[in-house]
Write a protein that binds this ligand. Structure first.
Ligand SMILES: [Cu+2]
Length: 94
């Protein structure tokens, strides 16, 4: 019985997370920490953004929205372009 309860606690955060959506953008020309900061600042101006993770090695920007919301892909693309970078691919990964 105790084991089941512990398992439930582990599952809870992942269930909560599934209600939000994730967008992965591959960006061209992003080469250092200040590029990453510039992009993050533009994306954070959009509503319903929870986290913005940037991987310079993969040239990827991973955006997670807040629960029960999904930022629009064109809005995110525009934010990255406003920061001065080109979006190669942008996909929604639930
Ligand atoms: Cu840079």
């Amino acid at each position: 019985m105790k084991k089941i309860f512990v398992l439930f606690l582990f599952l809870l955060p992942s269930l909560a997370f599934s209600a939000s959506s994730k967008i992965i953008a591959t960006v061209e020309g992003m080469s250092c920490a200040s590029c990453a900061t510039a992009i993050e600042q533009q994306i954070r101006k959009l509503p319903d953004i929870d986290t913005v993770k940037i991987s310079l090695s993969k040239s990827q920007v991973i955006i997670a929205s807040k629960r029960d919301s999904s930022p629009k892909i064109p809005d995110i693309q525009k934010a990255i372009e406003t920061a001065g970078y080109k979006v190669k691919t942008i996909i929604s990964a639930e």
